[in-house]
Ligand binder design. Structure first.
Ligand SMILES: Cc1ncc(COP(=O)(O)O)c(C=O)c1O
Length: 465
């Protein structure tokens, strides 16, 4: 390994970072993983770099130590700190033999939050408090609506955080939104419904779930203002993601919210508002839930899958009075439920303020991840743009016309990076001139994000056919 000296370092420090040590650490990691500082480079002494950056010497020393612990740097006694030989250099493109995919080490597919952010300590403290205080009778079969403690806590939270008009008696706890959707589908079918409008871009698995309840999903076109109400003539319900359309990332325009609600009021139809990531808006206060416009015609659906972890299988519906009892029956018949211990723990977490703190911490981390995605792509991959509002856990990355979605995904896979294309979320027969990726920027653990982004850039920068 050849040795070079870096007397000064051009680090891209995030001046807005609340923790300067983390910012120095991130900037150094970025410089190493992107290859700007090749293996064998000697870093400036901590005192010199600290003076250059205008930070305390300890800040730089701590950042060096952290990167040594991670293996990016090596500290050699008496001869300073060096870039170790394991940094990620994107190979020029030596494709592996076809049919031999490299192991996926980095994952930017959508669907999961940063699981490393799960508030283990707060959850444990809440679970301890629950176990200490709960009477034995709460270990019996739980109320099919969900334990009252959780419904009360959720009513308070949803009212203040999402503007949902809610009484705890109208809340039904489910095993995640997916279970809630199956229950709603079964209920609608039992009431004679035949079809449900869905967004033309969305989870095809949700459309499949609707189909399996004996209902026909009818895809609606989606544009920059969200789903187009168009002709809702024959449908009995409309499944929408108003706050942050999945996966295009737009919000439902106020006039369209109104139009969907008016349709529901006029026709006796139901709007199902999937508010899967409503708390995660980064540039302004989130738009409140649509449910408040017409609580007797909108079913609000929320989940802990993004704010905490999908493994909990915890979601909740706020339902119109006319549907409530029947829905509880159908839910009970579905056989699925969530452990009352987990329900009580979530209730305790919300009541103690721990849930709000978690959402705030996650919001900050995810905003910074999204900002980095936007700025890194802007710097390194001209012509590729991030679409949609500054919100949520995934972003739509629209490709240049010379880039093919499937080819980019295949190239990324060769680099050990898993990606999702928009094609897999398209249920509508609209011609798309451009491909796009649905990038889940929250999925990698914090230490792997820089490398995941570097690999994404490499897969995109290689140019099209
Ligand atoms: C649009 C949308 N709705 C809902 C969910 C959450 O589903 P569940 O609560 O079943 O995990 C997701 C998660 O990926 C989602 O992307």
């Amino acid at each position: 390994m050849s040795r070079t000296w870096a007397n000064s370092l051009d680090l891209h420090l995030d001046a807005r970072a609340p923790r300067i040590r983390a910012a120095v650490e991130d900037a150094l990691r970025e410089a190493v993983t992107s290859g700007r500082l090749p293996a064998g480079t000697r870093l400036p002494p901590t005192r010199a770099l600290a003076a250059d950056l205008g930070v305390a010497r300890n800040t730089v020393a701590d950042a060096y130590a952290q990167l040594v612990a991670e293996g990016w740097l090596e500290a050699l006694v008496g001869s300073g700190t060096w870039v170790a030989d394991r940094h990620v250099v994107e190979p020029p493109s030596p494709s592996p033999p076809s049919g031999v995919p490299r192991t996926v080490r980095y994952d930017l597919r959508s669907g999961e939050p940063d699981l490393g952010l799960f508030p283990r300590r707060a959850w444990l403290a809440a679970a301890r408090a629950v176990l200490r205080e709960m009477p034995d009778r709460l270990l019996g079969y739980p109320d099919p609506r969900g334990v009252p403690e959780l419904r009360v806590a959720l009513a308070g939270y949803l009212g203040r955080a999402r503007g949902v008009s809610v009484d705890p008696d109208r809340i039904v706890v489910c095993a995640g939104m997916t279970h809630a959707l199956a229950v709603l589908g079964r209920l609608l079918r039992a009431r004679g419904a035949e079809s449900v409008a869905v967004e033309g871009y969305g989870h095809l698995s949700h459309h499949g779930l609707i189909e399996r309840q004996g209902l026909r999903p009818v895809p609606l076109p989606v544009d920059a203002n969200g789903a187009r109400p168009g002709d809702l003539g024959g449908v009995s319900a409309a499944l929408l993601t108003p706050a942050h359309q999945f996966p295009l990332g737009v919000t439902l325009h106020p006039e369209r919210r109104r139009a969907f609600v008016d349709w529901a009021v006029r026709s006796g139809g139901i709007v199902i508002e999937d508010d899967y990531d409503g708390e995660f808006r980064y540039d302004r206060q989130p738009v409140g839930a649509m449910q408040a416009l017409a609580p007797e015609h909108v079913v609000y659906a929320g989940t802990a899958s993004k704010s905490l972890a999908p493994g909990l299988r915890l979601g909740w519906l706020v339902v119109p009075g006319a549907l409530r009892d029947e829905l509880i029956e159908v839910k009970e018949a579905s056989g699925a439920t969530t452990s009352s211990l987990d329900q009580l723990t979530l209730a305790q977490l919300i009541a103690s303020g721990g849930y709000d703190r978690q959402v705030r911490a996650a919001r900050l981390r995810y905003r910074r991840r999204r900002d980095r995605l936007v700025s890194t792509l802007g710097r390194r991959v001209p012509g590729v743009s991030v679409r949609g509002i500054s919100a949520g856990l995934q972003a739509l990355v629209e490709l240049r016309p010379d880039l093919r979605e499937r080819e980019v995904i295949a190239r990324a896979r060769e680099r050990g990076l898993a990606l999702d294309g928009l094609e897999g979320y398209t249920a509508i027969d609209e011609r798309r001139d451009r491909g796009a990726l649905v990038v889940g920027y929250t999925r990698p653990p914090e230490h792997a994000y820089t490398t995941a982004l570097a690999r994404l850039c490499a897969a995109l920068a290689e140019g099209g056919s």
